[in-house]
Every structure is written in structure tokens, then in C-alpha cells.
Design a protein around this ligand. Sequence first.
Ligand SMILES: Cc1cc2nc3c(=O)[nH]c(=O)nc-3n(C[C@H](O)[C@H](O)[C@H](O)COP(=O)(O)OP(=O)(O)OC[C@H]3O[C@@H](n4cnc5c(N)ncnc54)[C@H](O)[C@@H]3O)c2cc1C
Ligand code: SF4
Length: 344
Amino acid sequence: MRPLTYERASDPAAAVAAVTGNPDAAFLAGGTNLVDHLKLGVATPGVLVDVSRLPLDSVDVLDDGGLRIGANVRNSDLAAHRVVRRSFPVLAQALLAGASGPLRNAATTGGNLLQRTRCVYFQDVTTPCNKREPGTGCSAREGFSRNLAILGASGSCVATHPSDLAVALAVLDATVVVLGPDGERRLPYAHLHRLPGDSPEQDTSLAHGELIVAVEVPASGLPARSAYRKVRDRASYAFALVSVAAALEVEDGTVRDVRIALGGVAHKPWRATTAEHALRGGPATEEAFRAAADAELERAEPLRDNGFKVPLVRNTVAATLRGLAGLPDPGPGDGSGPDEGETR
Ligand SMILES: Cc1cc2nc3c(=O)[nH]c(=O)nc-3n(C[C@H](O)[C@H](O)[C@H](O)COP(=O)(O)OP(=O)(O)OC[C@H]3O[C@@H](n4cnc5c(N)ncnc54)[C@H](O)[C@@H]3O)c2cc1C
Ligand code: SF4
């Protein structure tokens, strides 16, 4: 049996020092992902540095109406916060779409963003997996790939990022505040998660021992209405097959501003900038929403089992934007029916 020691950090700087100085150490927050990985043998740290009781658990309202969310704010507390519910519905909806009540009570903001892929081969230590053990190969490419990526994957890895919160933050143009051995740095949210390339073992751009202390969400510039829509196999306890976070502003039938991020399709939350560009300044119609999604999906490279995600993304983008624009649901037979991309 491999020995494992546990220590509780007294303050954020001490936590960073404890992990930075030891390649065998890892931060422990709510433990809802890391403890599973300890049991499965996927993660094998020698030292756990518990950061869950550090005073990083407040949600502060910024001068512009935005938020500074401490890394230890529990998912359930964030979803229930009055400003989140009023001004950032996309955030509240994404959080409530994740996991289950008891898990959300334990799961932290920082831990949620840094949870690891649910690719079944990653979690099965008897199979080759470049993310878990670099250079061993990717079992998923020719294996069970129903849940995996259609955008931005590489020959090394086709995993998807599992977090719902991470997708919502992608449309909010958030900033991640990170503490390292040399002090704090501010990371644009889009640079936190990375595509797999040749080094899928690295989920993010954080160095070993860097601690997320907060996530800041600006209010200024955010389109008036926002929403999160998640398509999954079951109504709870299920990760997204596809999800869409969107914010939209329509004036006189014209898209003034739009932001779209996709979940369940890539190694990181996928900001759909091609679709956004296609929509801005154009008509806010069902046809335009579908055409914009198709423009984004031109780069899609489905695997054997996940071609259904292409029409599912198109339909989910259209449904989310339609809801935000207040357009009626055109009903079945128009390309949005179950035969064209709903889950089976
Ligand atoms: C059955 C089940 C269903 C789930 N369904 C969903 C779902 O539908 N949607 C969804 O989004 N999530 C889902 N989850 C995942 C759950 O939300 C995550 O496990 C949780 O958010 C992780 O947070 P944590 O605080 O427990 O992190 P931990 O498990 O403690 O840590 C996770 C990782 O983050 C690192 N870490 C933690 N805090 C910090 C920090 N401040 N700075 C740097 N590194 C840090 C840890 O070292 C570790 O590598 C599900 C989990 C389970 C078990
Ligand atoms: S897709 Fe990525 S996580 Fe899954 S087996 Fe391949 S390398 Fe591992």
C-alpha cells in the first residue's frame, strides 16, 4: 500500500509552498473528484494539502455589479446567491445542472473547474491512456467514444471537459486569480483550460502548486439575457453530452451582441466565436441561429460513436438562442426533432 499523508493548510501562501515544493503533493478541496481518483488509482499523490477550509469562501459584489467568487465557494451556495440568480442566470442554471444536491454542497468553485475528464479509459488504470500515463496511447480513439470530443481534439487525446460551471464562465469573460510562489497573477479565463495537442496530461495552463484563489466575473458588456441548456442521458447525475451557455441581446429583430460556449464537445469549454461572428448584426431568426451553429461545426471531426453530437449541437444552440430571443418553438419536423440529434 502506498502511504498518503494529509495536512491542512493554514493560509493560501502556505498551501502553495507545500505543493510547489513537492511534486508528489496535491491540493484537496471538496474531494468529490480527487478522492474517487485516489480510490481508482488514477491519482497517486503522496501528500494531500487540504485547502477546503481556507477563507476563500465568499462571493463579493464588485463595483460594476460583477462578482469575485472565492475558490472555496460551494457550488450550491454560488447557485443560490441572489446576484447570481438575478444577473447571471447562465451561471446559476449551469451549477444546478451539475451533479446532485449533496455533491454540490461539497464541490468547490476551484475544484469544479479543475475536475478531470470522465473518459472511461482515463478512469480505468488497466487501459492505455495518454492523459493518465503519457506515451501509452489513446484507447478511446478506436474504442467507446460516445461521450467524447468532436472539436479541437488531437491524435493523442479526444477527451471532453466535464464541468458545467466551466462552460458558463466561458461566456462571462471571467478572470481567474491564481496564487503561485511568486505571488498572484490574473489569467483570462480562456487561457485556463487547454486543448490536448501532444500533451493531454496537462488539462490547464496552471503550474504545479498554483492555487486558484478566486474567479472574477465582470458585469459590464454582458448581453442582457443569458441561459444554460444541457442535454444528457438522465435528468440528474449525468454529465453533458452537449451543453450550451449563451448570452444574447436583440434589438428590433437584430442581434446586437451574442456570446456562445459549448460543453461536452472539446477538451476545454469551447467558445463558439465563429458562430458569434456570424450572428452579430444579423437577423435574430431560427435560420440564422442554425446557420451560425453550422459555421462553427464546419471544423467538427466526429468519431465512430459520437456523430450525433453534430446535429445535437446545432439543435441545442438554436433552442437556447430561440429561448433568449423570445421566439416560438417551431416544433417537430423542422430539423429540431429527436431523430436529428436528441439523445437516444
Ligand atoms: C456522481 C457525480 C456526478 C457529477 N456530475 C457533474 C455534472 O453533471 N457536472 C459537473 O460540472 N460536475 C459534476 N460532478 C463533478 C463535481 O462537480 C466535481 O467533482 C467537483 O466540482 C469537484 O470539486 P471539489 O471541490 O470536490 O474538488 P476536488 O475533488 O477536491 O479537487 C479536484 C481537483 O482540483 C484541484 N483543486 C481543487 N481546488 C483547487 C484550487 N483552489 N486551486 C488549484 N487546484 C485545486 C485538486 O487538486 C484536484 O486535482 C459530478 C461528480 C460526481 C461524483
Ligand atoms: S481520450 Fe484522452 S483521456 Fe481518454 S483514453 Fe484517450 S488519452 Fe486517455
